[in-house]
Design a protein around this ligand. Structure first.
Ligand code: AMP
Ligand code: MG
Length: 413
């Protein structure tokens, strides 16, 4: 989409993402953690294989190991039994070995025949049914990778399969980056916490739990500074506490241009605003800047909108890639494919719109339907959505036409 079609003063989404990612500075340091504690952590260094994988030639099946050239009508006597974990012995000439999955293949054997493809005669000799192939069912030493070869690169997010692979190499612990420390502030005079007595006009704080969970799932250490009033002095104080104890500050609310929106003036005062306003709906009131002297040496601050769905979209599309950049993770482009809309709707002027949709599988054909009310305060649809239908600015949705769809799975840490 060209910038010319954007509402005045707003940054294009891709430009904002690129600017954020270019500003993301890698968190410093390294710590060693046990494998069981390393899920979701980010690898600090490249890791190399310590062992050939597999370490020895071994059987891929329960069956019989033999020399293919020795097979004849008389069959082969079973002269050896090798279970997994056993020492490797050589296969005596003229005989075969009973062997089990994972057991080392005895020297001399060049084929494993699965037990289902074998007949044992009255004398206990092995005859094979059908064809056997040289090397069949033998997992060769080093066929997957060799000792010294690259296993995982720095920046890799450790998950269950990666940790299993490291365990298979005998790793006890892994070097990971320190957790990014993120201070979280909810601004708004109207906010109260769940559990507090409610009077009409007040609003339960939903952004706090949402962002705390999202940040923790993204492997951040959250410094939760709770609710801060719409008051210049209170915000100044909260921002300086935040910058002293965190690598990044995220606040919600008060980031528009109303009289009760104090984030921007305090950011100007304590550091410097880099940009404000992105051409997306919801999520327009998004601010990025630095506390301290406004240089990249300061502590970065992200101001997300107060409306919870706008805050969620701002996290998915903008704040999360910045966090990932600080964590040394690779940030790819938005994953999208075209899906047919099952509804019609007026487009949004000057902003891309991210409609919360569910995918209805009609036969094997996916159709996007609205997940519910699309207001930026409407968490119900956001809680049901499978993803976003991303509409270009000034573009109406026409039922039956295809539009870019962003599956929500790509935003899950
Ligand atoms: P603001 O961005 O401060 O103008 O807030 C926009 C809307 O979002 C208002 O209706 C606020 O009451 C609401 N809001 C702000 N912060 C939160 C929050 N932490 N949880 C739920 N709603 C919020
Ligand atoms: Mg407010």
């Amino acid at each position: 989409m060209s910038c010319a079609t954007l509402a005045k003063g707003l940054l294009d989404l891709e430009v904002a993402r690129a600017r954020l990612m270019a500003s993301a500075k890698l968190v410093r340091g390294e710590e060693c953690v046990a494998l069981e504690q390393a899920a979701r952590r980010v690898l600090a260094r490249d890791l190399m294989a310590r062992l050939d994988m597999p370490c020895v030639d071994n059987s891929g099946m329960d069956g019989y190991a033999l020399r293919l050239a020795e097979l004849d009508d008389a069959g082969l006597p079973v002269v050896l039994r090798v279970a997994a974990g056993a020492d490797v012995a050589a296969l005596p000439k003229g005989g075969c070995a009973r062997i089990f999955t994972g057991a080392p293949v005895p020297a001399g054997a060049d084929c494993v025949v699965p037990q289902e493809r074998v007949r044992l005669d009255e004398a206990g000799r092995v005859h094979i049914l059908g064809e056997a192939r040289l090397g069949a069912n033998i997992r060769r030493r080093g066929e997957e990778y060799r000792s010294g070869e690259a296993l995982l690169p720095a920046g890799w997010t450790l998950d269950a399969p990666a940790l299993a692979m490291l365990a298979s190499q005998g790793f006890v612990e892994v070097p990971v980056l320190p957790r990014l420390r993120v201070a979280l502030i909810s601004t708004g005079d109207e906010l109260i916490e769940p559990g507090e007595p409610f009077t009409p006009g007040q609003v339960y704080n939903s952004n706090r739990v949402m962002l705390k969970v999202l940040l923790e799932q993204a492997d951040c250490a959250v410094l939760d500074l709770g609710i801060v009033a719409d008051d210049l002095e209170a915000l100044r104080k909260a921002f300086s506490t935040a910058r002293d104890g965190a690598d990044l500050v995220i606040c919600t609310g008060g980031v528009s241009v109303g009289e009760e929106d104090h984030v921007r003036p305090v950011l100007d005062e304590l550091g410097g605003l880099r940009f404000h306003g992105v051409a997306i709906k919801p999520g327009k009131p998004f601010a990025f800047g630095y506390l301290n002297d406004g240089s990249p040496e300061g502590v970065p601050l992200i101001g997300l909108p107060g409306n919870p769905v706008a805050s969620l979209v701002g996290w998915h599309l903008l704040a999360r890639p910045f966090v990932q950049g600080c964590q040394g993770r690779t940030v790819g482009p938005l994953q999208q494919y075209r899906v047919q809309a099952g509804f019609s709707r007026r487009g949004s002027l000057g902003r891309r719109e991210l409609l919360r949709v569910v995918i209805d599988w009609q036969g094997n054909h996916p159709v996007a339907l609205l997940a519910g009310g699309q207001g930026s305060h409407m968490l119900h649809a956001a809680s049901q959505a499978h993803g976003y239908l991303m509409m270009a600015a000034d573009t109406d949705v026409e039922e039956g036409h295809e539009y870019p769809y962003l599956p929500a799975g790509q935003f899950v840490d």
